[in-house]
Design a protein around this ligand. Structure first.
Ligand code: NCD
Length: 327
């Protein structure tokens, strides 16, 4: 295999992945391309040695300004399975604590010769700002309430794996829509693939205006569940709430939680999904998360292959990946 071209000479249209719109003017085609590559990386992940040399010599740095378990580990695993070198930047042990500015931090990281920066930050727009300064590829791993594109891609992949194409499917997203970057990226991706999306939440957990959002709004979850193909639950993002938006968690669960009784209203084929971390007993009953149609573990598993696909699209040589085993 020839050595991948340096980052500055990358082929292909995808330069950064900051949001779903970056997948191109035809978002559905962009998602299809990621799905196609993901299929081959799922196959790699199932090998005895789940590693290929596709990104040998490339360096991927994770820059997480906000807590994360699965997303950070998932990107790191994905980069390692592609034979890229990985660096981990943890804010609590870095010079950011000494007051170093974001721009200086990026300059320092880039001076070490990295090819991709995976960034998570509590403020919307930070990954775009970094992309403006950096010559490496930038991947948004979640910015504030804004976007979390790789989560949406792994969710599309998981739905397709279980139900086939998303077109015409009814997807219900339940919970704290207002503070959710997952909801924003998922709505963009699901609707681009032709799914119908309904959001269900108390009015205080919806954005002030839903104008321009391609979704239906409902407040009665029980009425919506029987016609739902995918019930997607969101965590109550208490760290983003500056005021009391719900009377109590117990009351929230009573009206909007996926309890055992509510889960029984779902069709047999309907999927139960959650991006994690789950608050069992709040948005989802503990045992409901263990039902056979709950695919939460599949979401995590597929996340690695999807992120391999994204890293390969951004950093690969632009030629078709041939599926070579590690040398
Ligand atoms: C989400 C996130 O951080 O945006 N989790 C994730 O990445 N899987 C959702 C959440 O925190 O509730």
């Amino acid at each position: 295999m020839t050595r991948p071209a340096p980052a500055s000479h990358r082929h292909g249209a995808l330069r950064n992945l900051l949001g779903i719109a970056d997948l191109g003017p035809d978002i559905a085609a962009g998602i299809a391309e990621v799905m196609r590559l993901t299929d081959s990386f799922v196959e790699v992940s199932e090998r005895a040695i789940p590693k290929v040399p596709a990104l040998r010599g490339r360096t991927v740095v994770s820059l997480f300004f906000e807590d994360s378990t699965r997303t950070r580990l998932s990107f790191e695993t994905a980069a390692k399975r592609l034979s890229a070198d990985t660096m981990n930047f943890s804010v609590s042990t870095s010079s950011v604590k000494k007051g170093e500015s974001l721009r200086d931090t990026i300059e320092t990281i880039e001076a070490m010769g990295v090819d991709a920066i995976v960034v998570r930050h509590a403020s919307a727009g930070v990954p775009r700002q970094i992309a403006h300064w950096a010559s490496s590829a930038v991947i948004n791993a979640g910015d504030g309430w804004h976007e979390h594109p790789t989560q949406a891609l792994l969710d599309c992949y998981t739905i397709r794996q279980h139900l086939g194409e998303l077109s015409g499917r009814h997807i219900t997203i339940v919970g704290d829509i207002k503070h959710s970057r997952v909801a924003r990226s998922n709505i963009a991706a699901f609707t681009a693939l032709g799914a119908d999306v309904t959001v269900v939440a108390p009015p205080t957990l919806l954005p002030p205006s839903l104008e321009g959002w391609p979704v239906k709004v409902a407040h009665d979850l029980d009425a919506v569940l029987p016609g739902t193909d995918v019930c997607y639950l969101l965590r109550m993002q208490r760290e983003r709430m500056t005021e009391a938006l719900i009377p109590s968690l117990r009351e929230y669960t009573a009206r909007y939680g996926l309890t055992e009784e509510r889960a029984d209203r779902l069709a047999e084929h309907a999927l139960i999904m959650h991006p994690g971390p789950m608050n069992r007993g709040v948005e989802i009953a503990a045992d409901v998360a263990e039902r056979p149609n709950a695919v939460i573990v599949d979401q995590v598993r597929n996340g690695v292959a999807v992120r391999m696909a994204v890293l390969f699209l951004l950093l690969g040589s632009g030629t078709e990946w041939g599926g070579e085993p590690d040398a």
